[in-house]
Each structure stands twice: as C-alpha cells, then as structure tokens.
Design a protein around this ligand. Sequence first.
Ligand code: GCB
Length: 882
Amino acid sequence: MLKSNLVLRSTLLLFFASFWMMNTYGQDAGRKTISLNDQWEFQKENGATEKVNIPHTWNDKDVLDDVASYYRGLGIYKRKLKLDETAKGKAVFLVFNGVAQEAEVLVNGKSAGKHIGSYTHFIVPITQYLNYKDDVVEVRANNRFNEDIPPLTADFTFFGGIYRNVTLLITDPVHFSQKENGSSGIFITTPQVSASTASVQIKCSIDNTSDVAKKVQVLTTIYDAKGNKVANQTVAVNLGRGNMIVVQDLKSIQKPELWSPENPYLYRVVTKIIDAKTKATIDQVSNPLGFRWFKFDSDQGFFLNGKPLKLIGASRHQDYENLGNATPDALQTRDIELLKNMGGNFLRVAHYPQDPLILEACDRLGILASVEIPVVNTITESEAFTANCLNMQTEMIKQNFNHPSIIIWAYMNEILLRPKFTTDKPRQQIYYDHIRELAQKLDDLTRKEDPSRYTLLVNHGAFDIYNRVGLTKIPMIVGWNLYSGWYSGVPADFARFLDRHHKELADKPMLVTEYGADADPRIRSFLPVRFDKSIEYAIQFNQVYLNAMLSRPFVSGGMAWNLADFNSETREETMPHINNKGLLTIGREPKDTYFLYQAYLASKPYLKITSDQWKDRAGIADSASSTCTQPLQVATNLKSVELFLNGKSLGVKDAVDHICQWNVPFVDGKNQLRAVSGDHTDQTDLNFQLQPYRFADQIKFKDVNVLLGSKRFYIDEKEHQLWIPDQPYRAGSWGWIGGEPFKGTNNRITYGSDKNILGTNNDPVYQTQQVGIKQFKFDVPDGEYELSLLFAELVGGETKEALAYNLDNNHKKEVVEQRIFDVAINGAPFMSKLNIATDYGYTTAVKKKTTITVQNGKGIVIDFNAIEGKPVLNAIQLRKIY
Ligand code: GCB
C-alpha cells in the first residue's frame, strides 16, 4: 500500500513537472523564458526570514516614518530552482532587470556572477553550477554607500532589493549572445530613412557554448504592424565554439510608414537561428523597429521626420506610493499612458535607466525619450568610479539600443552642484579637470557605441561655471535644469537664461531638462507666493515656463520636473521625505498642474474645471451675506468659457495663458459648477463650508480650523478637516491681536518653516505661526465649546543644511532665543511657563485641547503673556459642542 502510493506520487510529480515545462516553456522559439518572481525567502543581514515576491525592496516601510534614514546594507534572497532533465544540455541563465545596488548571485553556494549598479540589467550564466535536482539560487544584494558607485548623493531615495523582475532563460548552446552587457545580443539601426525608402541593419552576436560546430542560418524577417512580411534575409554560417558577429543589411524598404508621436507605427524584427540541417528554430528574438529621422538645431530646435516638433514632457522617477521602487508592471506602464494623456511627447528617463516596460510603452505610444546613467551632483576621482560609470553607460546603450523612442543618451546631472574642495582652489581645479575628463570619456564612448543618437549633459542653472569647466562644449546637446522663481530669483529670469544660452552658446542645441515648483495638493492659496507649496503658485510658475519655451524656436523642448511626486528621504518641507514637484501625486492622482498641461498641449478642444482636488472648500461669508466669494479656475485651450453656478451664469471669460478665472459666490453646502464653451462642457460639484462673518449672523457656526501666520488653505484629507487662513481680530467674529507671521530663520527662503514637524502628518498646520501674539478672541455666543491650541517651536533644533537644491546657499546658523509664556483662557490660567522647546522638543507638534463654558456673552479670550521672548501660536481650532 505504502509502496504503490509512493510510486504513484512520483509518477504524478514527473507528470506535473513535464506539464509545467511544456506549458510555460512551450514558446516554440528555441528559447524558453519564465519569470522567477515568486517563492523567494528574504532576510536582512542577521534579520528574520520572510517570504517575498519580486518586485521587492526592503525599504518600503522605513521611508514611511518620520525619521530621515533607511536601511542601507545587505539583503539576502534565496529560492529553489525547479529544473528537470529537459534543461540538461541547454544553456541556462538568470536575467535580472534590476538589483540595488551591488549584487552577487550564487548557485548551490558557488558564486556565479556579480553586478554593480541599481539600474541596469544583468544576465548570469548558471549552467555549470546546476545539479538539476535541488538547485538553490541565492542573491546577495547591498545598497550600502559605496564611493565608487554612482549615484553618491541625489534628491531621491536609494531603495535596496531585487526590485525588478527576475527571469529564467533556457537556450540551446547556440544562441543570441547573453554576454553583450545584458542586451538581447541584437542591435538594429536604420542607416537610411526617408518617406520613400529605408534600410535596416541588424547586427547579431551569436554564441556557441558547446564544442560541436554547427551549420546554421540566421534569418531576419521584418513584419509590419499587421503581421505582413516586409523584408527578410538569410545568412548561412558555420559556428564553432565561441562568438560570432553576423551583420545583415535589408535595403530598399519602400514607402516605410514613419514612427512619430501622432502615429507610433511599429514594425517587428524577428531574428532566428535555424539549424541548417533540420530547419528547426534554435533561437529567436523579436525587436521593435520604428522608421524615423531627427535632428536638433541650435536655432530652430528639434525636427522629427523633417518637421519641427517642440518636445514637451516630463522626467520620471520609478517609485510609487508605499511601494518604494518595487513598482508593479502595470503601474509602470500606466505612468507612460498618463504622460501621453497629458499631451506630452517626451520622457526624460531620469536619473537612471528604468524598467524595460517604460521604453516599450514609449515605443508603442509615441513618446520620444532620453535615458541617462545616475552620475548626479558629485563624483569620486577613482579609477573604479570611472570604470563603473563607463560600464553603466555601455550597459544602458546596449540594453536599450533598439527602442525607436530613444533619441538621446545622457550621462551627468548637475555635476557641479556639490563642488568639493571649496576652500582649496588649486585642488578644486584638479577635481573639475577630472569631471571634464570623465564627461569626455562618457561622451566619446556614447558616440562610438551609437553614432545614430545625440549625447546630452545636464547642468544646473550656474551658466558660467559649467562653461568655465568646459562641460558645455562636450555634449551634442546642453540640458539645463532651471528653477528661477523657485530656488532663486523670479520666474521671469527663466526666459532671460534661455536667451543668454542662445546668445553665448549659439551653436549648441538646448533642452530645458528640468523645471518645477513644489505643489502640495493639500495646500491652496489665493495669494500664492514662492515656497508656499500651493497648487496656485505652481500653476503660475508653469504658465511662465511653458510660455517662454513655446515662444522660442531655439528651445528644443522642456521636461517638467517631475511627472509624479517621488521619495527623497532627506527632504523635509510640507510632506517630509517626498519631493512634491510632480504633476501627479506619488499615488498618481492628477494635480491641477496636470490639467494645465492638458490645456496647453491638447490637440482637441479641452475644458476642465480645475480645483479637482479642492472640491471641499471653506471660507468666511462676505460681510452679512450668505455667500463667500472665492476665485475658481478653468483650464482650457478654447478662447473663452462661460461658467454657471447652480444654473446661473457668472459670465464669459477669455482665457489668459490657458486659464479662465471667475469670482464665484459659493453658498454653504453643494455648489454645482458647469463650464461651457460651444459644444464643450465640464461639470463638477463642490462642497463649501461657510463660516459666519459674525457669530450673530444667520449662518450656524459649527467649527473653525485656523492656520496662523498663513495665507494658505489646508485640506486634511485623512481627518476631513479644512483649515483656513487667519485674520486680525474683527468684533463679532474672531482673530488674533498682536504679533506678525513667522518669517523663517535667518536667510532661509521659506514660507513659514520648511522643517519636518515631528508627530504629525499635517506638517503645514504647524509650519506657520503668529510670533508675538497677545490675544486670540472668539466672540461666540454662550454655549459649550471645545478649543484646541496648536504649537510647534520652529526655531532651533537640528540646523539642517541649506535646502539641497537651493542655489543661493546662504543659510546661516540659527539664532535660538528663549521663549517662555503663559496662556490663559477667559482669565483663568491654562498653561503656565510654557517653553515649547524644552517641554516638547523643537519642531514637534503640540496640541492642547480643553472645553469651555461660555456665559454672560463674554465669548472666548485667550491671553498669551510673555515671560521671556515672544509667545507664539501656530494654529487654533474651535468646535461648538452645543
Ligand atoms: C534638480 C535635480 C533633481 C531634483 C530637483 C529638485 O535640479 O536634478 O534631482 O529633484 O532639482 O526638485 O530640486
């Protein structure tokens, strides 16, 4: 009984194993691939073991806390490999799309391969290590700081892990080479393209890992999008052990359908190795093919297929809300769809090569692209660093070579942003010389590896120094990351910078590779100013930039920084650890700036009531009326638009820079808005919480949440609370008496404070304050109330470095003054000798709540009495209980 059971079970196992092989490997193309994303066991060095699936990062949770650090060290992954007899005699490989940042792959305990760099693929041949029984793969990944591996510093988080797909590849001993820097081993160019004819060159690298010579045919077929054969060529070769390069020229393809953003027409190039005797396919690889030609001109900008095309789009980071860099495939592809829907035609894949899905989507959707290696901010002057840069550049080019969407290879970003040796000028010169030599080597390598595309080096806005170091001479295109009106100056400086480039670097084509302003979707303002992080400031900023670029033909294009918000662990500001310059949130919700881009770029009539994320508004009634008038914007590419509120016309407005604006008298509760232009309409409902102008008015008072020292509105989406700006005390209403808004410390250019407020996710509630406040009064009628006073000490504590990308860099050490005060409510002591810094710590959220019985028409009077220094109040909430 027992015995026969065993026999049956092993027969079943065999059956299942071969069934699995047949179904998952049965691709009839010689080679077999299957993902190896499941069944991994993971542990941090000396940590507990857990089961994980790929994509995986070990940092997804540690970037969610308030602390500006994350684990940078070793992570160990292990997995069994289920290979049976059918794999014997074959060549077996593991294909890693991305492991951050150093990786060693072991098979059955033996080191099979190593790789350096988080962002390029690598392929590890493992045949010689296999036992085909109980094979175990181990990947030791490490994201420690290593001075020889770029990036050394950057404004993004260096997540560790096997964060992109892993695949098992099984081929015949004769196969397209897997030794060509992680590429497919096939390199396709189009030496000649016009609207009437085109030629295609296919260079294949073929390996024979067996000792048996083999006669084969290399057959390349080009198919059009419908699957019709357009051209083919067969070359007969006799392959001995080793490598052979086979080149095929397919000439005179008539009337090629051209690839462009409007018509991303893709052909397919299928290359096969065929056994000359049996005619069986030994190996087969497909690649995309697009026929297009292009040029950059320093005077007239970019041309695609002979026609001018302004390149407008965005840069993209690869991480996602709560997932770190372990972003699933579908969300990666969706990003490119979002860029396309925005009207973009260009993607700067920044600051490093990304998942293969990204460029596949660009090919399909008609998005032109640049890709770059992560040499950011600073370099190490070591041979190893140089070698790693050159190797990454080679890998990037070879791995992405066949994408028609790519037109540019880049290799450095703002490399003079963090200059070393600032107090030793001769030594600094040596450092600069080293940078220039490295740039030259990378540029030379790129032009040699791929003469069909352009090279790009990306600078920050310090024109003179990049010129002086010689970095504007080396690349074919100069990229500028410009933040006038954000980190320094005013938005109008942007156009002046562009004109300066055109005048002084008259022969260099240029791209605006970055520009942007932080936009926290929770922050709105009717008086937007630099650094308030409001959506409204970002809208104005983007209008100025888009106008300047679109009106200057010599500007080949511009890429908004960034398509979406992204993790940057060392950042603080309103949303700590996140860079908020995205047009989408980190969870890919469109901000109103995204709609502005649609209005600028849409080819069809476009109309959109913005304030998409500001559907819950609050405000104080206009004097004794039952409405509150606030501006409302519509983004459009139409000349003029009419707006209706609850069915009543508010008039027709002409669009200025793609925005129409009305003053809308909102009523309490639901407000139905309809924007109309000809046949085009957009409609939305907006909820308004009307605050009484005076407590004695008809409008019933429920609660009010007030930000002090602030002109911002703040939407707390989690607790569904709306915060409004403060006002000086007005009789019959509420407000502060005495003091002035916090103006930042020393020379820091901030709005309120830009420090991380500990103990809250509502940092903007605490980041502004009224300094030197004497009283806060509510002239509320008698009743029971709940009052909350919110404090945070904004001066002192850890003095952080000047904002990482603040080009002014004039931050001085903060002078801390002692601040002690008493707080009394309606004459009774509430908090005595309050010293926020010593009692609670610097930049820490403090909320003190109490209930008050208001009687005899006395309202609520809160007194702030200074003992030392100036009293402060950051925010205040009042709720009527009954
Ligand atoms: C830059 C950098 C980019 C930053 C950006 C910013 O110039 O190239 O990595 O994220 O500025 O937001 O400050």
